[in-house]
Design a binder for this molecule. Sequence first.
Ligand SMILES: NC(=O)c1ccc[n+]([C@@H]2O[C@H](COP(=O)([O-])OP(=O)(O)OC[C@H]3O[C@@H](n4cnc5c(N)ncnc54)[C@H](O)[C@@H]3O)[C@@H](O)[C@H]2O)c1
Length: 260
Amino acid sequence: MGLMEGKKGIIFGIANDRSYATYITKSLLEHGATCAFTHLPGDKMERRCRKAVEELGVTDPWLVPCDASSDADLDAVFDKLAADFGTIDFLVHSIAFADRQFLQVGNFHTTTREAFTQALDISAYTLVAMAQRAAKIMPNGGSIISMTYYGGEKVVPGYNVMGIAKAALEHSTRYLATELGRSHKIRVNAISGGPLRTLAASAVGKINEMFEHQEAKSALGRNIEGEEVGNTGVYLLSDLSSGVTGETIHVDAGYSIVGW
Ligand SMILES: NC(=O)c1ccc[n+]([C@@H]2O[C@H](COP(=O)([O-])OP(=O)(O)OC[C@H]3O[C@@H](n4cnc5c(N)ncnc54)[C@H](O)[C@@H]3O)[C@@H](O)[C@H]2O)c1
């Protein structure tokens, strides 16, 4: 029997077949989960997301538009989810955004108030916004995960304001875990994934050097596969990890443990 058999949840962040969220969905489906999806508003976004989901074998997916920086969009998603699913057991937050102009090496100090606020809003606050809505339809407890990167712990040239957002995301994970663990039996964790060639990654200056660096320095001497993050997603969203909350688990081939 699959680890996610009988569990229902929602996934934010499938842009195409290369998205981290797609790999997480693939593993969830393999383990028997029932999944709902959102896409950024717009026909092109919907087409790409639908294609990726259908390629995973989901015909006629539950798929609605959502700009997570809009409270009205989030309310509409969770209202519809409650109406159609009743309750859910898990939520995947795999979204981030920062103006690529400020993701170039040497540009962090030029970040505008608007770009800083937007990056923190879309990449970190939205986890809180989703968790507070999800808690209302997780009466049996649940598990929430998000995606982060090492650039939230240490300076990674070019990651810039996104690193600040990831630091906020990781610490929001701990506060959410503490509050929602006691009140709602909801666990909240983050996966710190190694670099993967996705749309979001292409916005980061020096991304090619990051892949080379990862291969040269990581404990396993290689980059990671999307499936490795997908499988960790299932671990964190299933009862296998019932005693784990507030954690950031590195799935980075041991890059973050090496100090040189
Ligand atoms: N690719 C990497 O190297 C890497 C490494 C570690 C962590 N991550 C994180 O993984 C997560 C997923 O990114 P990815 O690499 O799969 O790239 P991706 O481009 O496939 O996914 C990013 C997603 O964010 C969504 N998004 C952006 N703004 C949004 C908004 N306002 N409302 C709703 N959705 C919005 C996009 O639609 C897209 O689906 C991000 O949090 C990213 O920071 C990526």
